[in-house]
Design a protein around this ligand. Structure first.
Ligand code: ZN
Ligand code: ZN
Length: 373
């Protein structure tokens, strides 16, 4: 079958929205999903800085949601017409997967970042027959269609606006999962969130929903205004002695801190903001070495990396939808939609901080006739 997809051919080029071809139907345990919308996540954009480790050309996009168009075999648990939110891939049988921690799957990197399963090489090609990487994060959803393992697809109520739900499969799941799963934030806890982008603001919303006192640190005033709308106390990142401010605002130090920036300087500030036995979670890849100042980990303080919000997507995605329906997780306020054809504009807006969460809406091949730059 032929459909439109945004292809990334080299680490320097813009995306090219063009016709691609799917040369085989779903294998056993897979479903073909017609994508209604796909969020753009930092990890999609980080491919440009990945040093050639993710295979190109590829169709990126790993916050897809849509409608099942075909199923492979009878054991997928899904039927044609089901509405689904797609999440990251995992093997399902390593020790982490068996322990309901699929984000720490032994095969996470090869399955999600390095092209997926080898047996699917050649299933996607461009119009000239050139091979595309078989899969990105178990999906490749900057496209009209994605072929995904059914275990990555979470069925949702068809009355929901499915085109907006994709970011619940990665970015929003990461921030909210850190708060709800990794920290287990309880009413009255104190949470400091460093970096109020899509992941940080999802953490703020979840912390507020969980009844915490939340401080949000960012350098953009508009991001701080959003954090304040979600009932966090805004704190400009340029403030002198950030940790002292956080300790004052949280009555002696935050029980939990979440860094979404990867900046060693802010991570040290976050550590110095913790109360005794406080926990700092890191969700971004560290950009430099992390020199720890003496004393920062004293008295039971700890630091850990958190991947995909420690989530089992099939459990956390419905929970976030239920919170949204109750008005307590208004993630839709962070979204701006773009036609898939405008993916390069979405990337520019994302890089410039003009949009928190772009969601790309695919249009059919027949809705455009000239190739986009
Ligand atoms: Zn696994
Ligand atoms: Zn992501």
């Amino acid at each position: 079958m032929r459909f439109a997809a945004a292809v990334l051919r080299s680490y320097e080029e813009r995306f090219a929205v063009e016709e691609v071809r799917l040369n085989e139907g779903p294998a056993d345990g897979e479903v073909l999903v017609r994508i209604a919308g796909c969020g753009m996540c930092r990890t999609d954009l980080a491919v440009r800085r990945s040093g050639g480790r993710s295979p190109l050309p590829a169709v990126l996009g790993h916050e897809g949601a849509g409608v099942v168009a075909a199923t492979g075999g009878t054991g997928t648990g899904l039927g044609v017409g089901d509405h689904v939110v797609l999440s990251f891939d995992s093997c399902g049988h390593c020790r982490s997967c068996l322990a309901a921690a699929p984000a720490y799957c032994d095969s996470f990197a090869p399955l999600n970042l390095f092209g997926g399963r080898e047996e699917h090489a050649g299933r996607f090609t461009d119009a000239a027959g050139g091979e595309l990487a078989p899969r990105w994060f178990g999906q490749s959803s900057f496209a009209e269609y994605a072929m995904v393992p059914a275990r990555n697809a979470v069925r949702v109520d068809p009355s929901l606006p499915v085109e907006l739900l994709g970011p619940l499969g990665c970015g929003f799941l990461t921030g909210a999962g850190a708060v709800l799963n990794s920290f287990g934030v309880a009413p009255g806890d104190t949470v400091a969130v460093f970096g109020a982008g899509a992941v940080g603001l999802a953490a703020v919303m979840a912390a507020t929903a969980a009844g915490a006192v939340t401080v949000a640190v960012d350098r953009h005033p508009d991001r701080l205004a959003l954090a304040e709308r979600f009932r966090a106390i805004p704190l400009p990142a340029a403030s002198t002695d950030l940790p002292a401010h956080v300790r004052r605002l949280t009555g002696g130090g935050a029980r939990y801190a979440l860094d979404t920036t990867g900046s060693a300087e802010l991570i040290n500030d976050a550590l110095r903001s913790l109360r005794p036995a406080g926990h700092l979670g890191l969700v971004a890849r560290l950009r430099t070495a992390l020199p720890l100042e003496p004393g920062t980990l004293d008295r039971g303080r700890r630091i850990s990396h958190i991947c995909e919000g420690d989530a089992v997507p099939g459990l956390l995605v419905p929970r976030l939808i239920a919170l949204w329906q109750a008005g307590r997780f208004p993630f839709d306020q962070l979204i701006r939609t773009y036609p898939l054809a405008d993916i390069n504009e979405a990337e520019r807006d994302c890089d410039a901080g003009r949009v928190v969460k772009p969601v790309l809406i695919p249009e059919g091949l027949d809705t455009w006739s000239t190739p986009h730059p």
